[in-house]
Design a protein around this ligand. Structure first.
Ligand code: ADP
Length: 266
């Protein structure tokens, strides 16, 4: 607990006195600490690819100058590192936009089935390349929900991309839309989207922290896969803005299900 203490002279009946005020500023301290951690994390995440880029530029200027094969290889690595920085900056901008809008109610009506079909179409080359099958179960009548179409698209993209990334060749990512079971405090009935993969699963101890910025179960694997560590944090903020719920169900070796419930009134 953190206190801010102030002190003031007062006149008491029995003579001069001092008034001490203790103000609990724990939440301010915590918010400040979180901001500092975030800045430190961002700096570290940007510095890693930047250091690699500078190293390769030095090598290309010197020892590898006349070695065509080495040059091509290094340029390939540099392209990948620059791509990583570009993705990170893109995700940071998305996150800050979503945060800024978190209290603004989305007003558009979104045809959820059409949105899902369009997202899956866009992601099918990526899935094909990874050897992953995408499947979609939709109810006969596509539900309409209030929402920000670009943000809802981003939720679906992030969840499906993760499924594809972490599950690997021969697996399946299945999306299903249904009516949610009754949920207290949910406004209107809305829709439930599940994104289920047949991948490696996640140890339950990690699940509560997965939506934290830069939290990764396996740092090395996430980076190798080109992950920024921000995808689920963005999903969480968007679901919050839509007054929905996000649940993650998983166990090692059992695949993973992301369950998003979005209300029909926001
Ligand atoms: P990243 O860019 O690292 O994928 P995310 O915020 O999207 O960041 O996800 C956070 C972490 O959650 C990932 O690093 C990974 O460890 C884990 N994760 C996310 N989705 C899955 C999944 N479908 N299967 C297994 N692990 C997952």
């Amino acid at each position: 607990t953190a206190y801010e203490v102030s002190c003031r002279a007062v006149d008491l009946e029995s003579g001069p006195g001092v008034l001490l005020t203790f103000q609990d500023v724990t939440h301010l301290e915590q918010a400040g600490q979180m901001r500092r951690d975030f800045v430190a994390n961002v700096s570290h995440e940007l510095r890693t690819p930047l250091t690699a880029l500078l190293g390769f530029i030095e090598t290309l200027k010197g020892p590898a100058r006349d070695d065509a094969a080495a040059r091509d290889r290094f340029l390939g690595i540099m392209e990948a590192e620059a791509g990583r920085m570009e993705r990170l900056v893109g995700d940071l901008l998305s996150l800050s936009r979503v945060e800024a809008e978190e209290r603004v109610r989305p007003t558009d009506m979104v045809d959820f089935g059409a949105l899902l079909r369009s997202v899956l179409n866009g992601l099918s080359p990526l899935a094909q390349e990874a050897g992953v099958t995408l499947a979609l179960d939709l109810p006969e009548v596509s539900p309409e929900i209030p929402g920000d179409p670009d943000q809802l698209r981003q939720v679906i993209v992030n969840l499906v991309e993760n499924g594809v990334k972490y599950s690997g060749t021969g697996s399946e990512v299945r999306l299903a839309v249904s009516q949610p079971a009754y949920q207290p405090r949910l406004r209107g009935e809305g829709v439930e989207l599940t994104v289920t993969d047949s991948g490696p699963g996640i140890d339950p101890i990690h699940i509560p922290r997965l939506t934290e910025r830069f939290y990764r179960v396996d740092n090395h694997r996430s980076r190798e896969m080109g992950g920024t560590g921000l995808g689920l944090a963005i999903v969480k903020h968007i679901v919050n803005r839509h007054r929905g719920r996000l649940r993650i169900e998983s166990a090692p070796g059992q695949g993973t299900t992301f369950r998003v419930v979005l209300p029909s009134r926001v």
